[in-house]
Write a protein of this length. Structure first.
Length: 107
């Protein structure tokens, strides 16, 4: 099962560790004052994917959608900052001729 399939599954919606995290967080975002009681949709952020599908307490963090997006963006930026970018071997081409024909009359 892929990650996307798992997140859309009933197994994820009823995951005991996920539900316990929401309850432990008081059905509120762990980073901002947003609460489910106020209509905020809470999401579970995976702190680790080591036990994907068999998450245990501590693997997940309750976040609102906005904080989840911010945390995910921050973690991706930090991870990719450590990766050396790939560069193509590009040879420098030197052109001695002019890039236009100076003998051509412009109409």
């Amino acid at each position: 099962m892929t990650y996307g399939d798992y997140i859309q599954s009933n197994a994820w919606r009823t995951n005991a560790a996920r539900l316990r995290e929401f309850e432990a967080a008081g059905f509120a975002c762990r980073l901002c004052p947003a609460q489910a009681a106020d209509g905020t949709t809470l999401e579970s952020h995976h702190r680790t994917y080591d036990r994907l599908g068999c998450e245990v307490d501590g693997d997940l963090t309750a976040l609102c959608s906005e904080c989840h997006r911010a945390v995910t963006s921050f973690l991706r930026a930090r991870r990719y900052a450590l990766i050396q970018p790939l560069r193509a071997d590009v040879k420098t081409v030197r052109i001695d001729a002019p890039l236009f024909d100076p003998t051509r009359e412009v109409a």
